[in-house]
Design a protein around this ligand. Sequence first.
Ligand SMILES: *[C@@H]1O[C@H](CO)[C@@H](O)[C@H](O)[C@H]1NC(C)=O
Ligand SMILES: *[C@@H]1O[C@H](CO)[C@@H](O)[C@H](O)[C@H]1NC(C)=O
Ligand SMILES: *[C@@H]1O[C@H](CO)[C@@H](O)[C@H](O)[C@H]1NC(C)=O
Ligand SMILES: *[C@@H]1O[C@H](CO)[C@@H](O)[C@H](O)[C@H]1NC(C)=O
Ligand SMILES: *[C@@H]1O[C@H](CO)[C@@H](O)[C@H](O)[C@H]1NC(C)=O
Length: 270
Amino acid sequence: MGSSRLLFFCWILPLFVANLSLGADPYFQSRCVDTAGNYTANSAYQANLNSIFSQLTSHPDFNYGFYNLSAGQNPNQVNAVALCRGDRNQDECNTCLNETVSELRQLCPLYKEVIGWSEFCTLRYANRDLFGELETSPGSCLYNVQDVPNPDRFNQVLDKLLTNLSSLAAAGGPLRKYAADNSTVGVFQIVYAMVQCSPDLSEQECGDCLSVAKYGIGGCCLGKIGCRILRPSCFLRYESEPFYQTPIPLPSPPHSTGRKVSKERKIPLI
Ligand SMILES: *[C@@H]1O[C@H](CO)[C@@H](O)[C@H](O)[C@H]1NC(C)=O
Ligand SMILES: *[C@@H]1O[C@H](CO)[C@@H](O)[C@H](O)[C@H]1NC(C)=O
Ligand SMILES: *[C@@H]1O[C@H](CO)[C@@H](O)[C@H](O)[C@H]1NC(C)=O
Ligand SMILES: *[C@@H]1O[C@H](CO)[C@@H](O)[C@H](O)[C@H]1NC(C)=O
Ligand SMILES: *[C@@H]1O[C@H](CO)[C@@H](O)[C@H](O)[C@H]1NC(C)=O
C-alpha cells in the first residue's frame, strides 16, 4: 500500500496545520480553511456534518469513486465532494473515505470548510457550493527527497508525459477524469505518472487545473524522483516506480468507435 520511500512536506501556502498524524496514511494532508469560519459544538452545522460523514461511510453506490453530498438547509447546509483515486475499487475507496473522515475530525475540529488528501481519496466539505467549482487552492505537495541524476532529460520526458496525461484525463467525460502511464527517460529509467480531476469539472477546467498543478512542480519538487501536487479540484503524482493499478473500466460511450473506423477504412477504398 503506502510507499516506504522518504517523503518530505513542501507547503505551498503559509497557512497550514503542521500535523503529521498517525493514521493509516502517513502522508495525509489537510487544510482547515480559516476564512469560512467555525461552527459551534452541538450546532445544526455539526449535525449536518455528521450526516455527511455517515453518508460517506455508508453509501451503497460506487459511482466510480465520486460523491456529491449535501445535508441540511441554509444557513447550516453542509456540502461535500469526495473523489477516490481513479485506479481504486469500491472497497479501497470506502476504506479511504472512512479513514479520511477520522483524520479530518481530529485535525480540523470546528472548521466549516476543510480539505483532506489521502493517498487514495480527497474529501472536501464547506458551507458553500463545491460541486462543479474549479479550485486550485489551497494546495499541498509532497516529494521524495532523492534527486534525479539527469534533471534536464528527466524534466523534458516528465513534462511531455504530464501534458499527454492531462489531455487524456480532461477528455475523460463526466464519470471519471483520470489518466496514468509511464515514459522511458533512459536505460533502466522510467517515470510513472498519474493525473486526476474531479469529474464535475469541464474538460477545459480540468486541463486548467492540471496546468496549475504541473506548474506547481517548479515550486515544490523540481528535479526530485517523486512528487505529489495536491489541489482541491485535481492532483498529479509521479514516481520512479510503478504505483498505480489498472482502473475499473468505464461503460462504453454511447457513440461507438466502430462507425468511425469503418468510415476511415472506406476512404482509401473509394
Ligand atoms: C470506519 O472505521 C471505523 C474505525 O475507525 C470502523 O469502526 C468502522 O466500522 C468503519 N466503517 C466503515 C463503513 O468501514
Ligand atoms: C450536487 O449537490 C448540490 C448540493 O446538494 C446539488 O445542488 C446538485 O444538484 C448536485 N449535483 C449533482 C449532479 O448531483
Ligand atoms: C476555529 O477553531 C479552531 C480549533 O478547532 C481554532 O484553532 C481556530 O482559531 C478557530 N478559528 C476561528 C476563526 O475562530
Ligand atoms: C503522447 O501522446 C501521443 C499520442 O497519443 C503519443 O504518440 C506519444 O508517444 C505520447 N508521449 C508520451 C511522452 O507519452
Ligand atoms: C508502461 O506502460 C505501458 C502502457 O502504456 C505498459 O504496457 C508497460 O508495461 C509499462 N511499463 C512498465 C515498465 O511498467
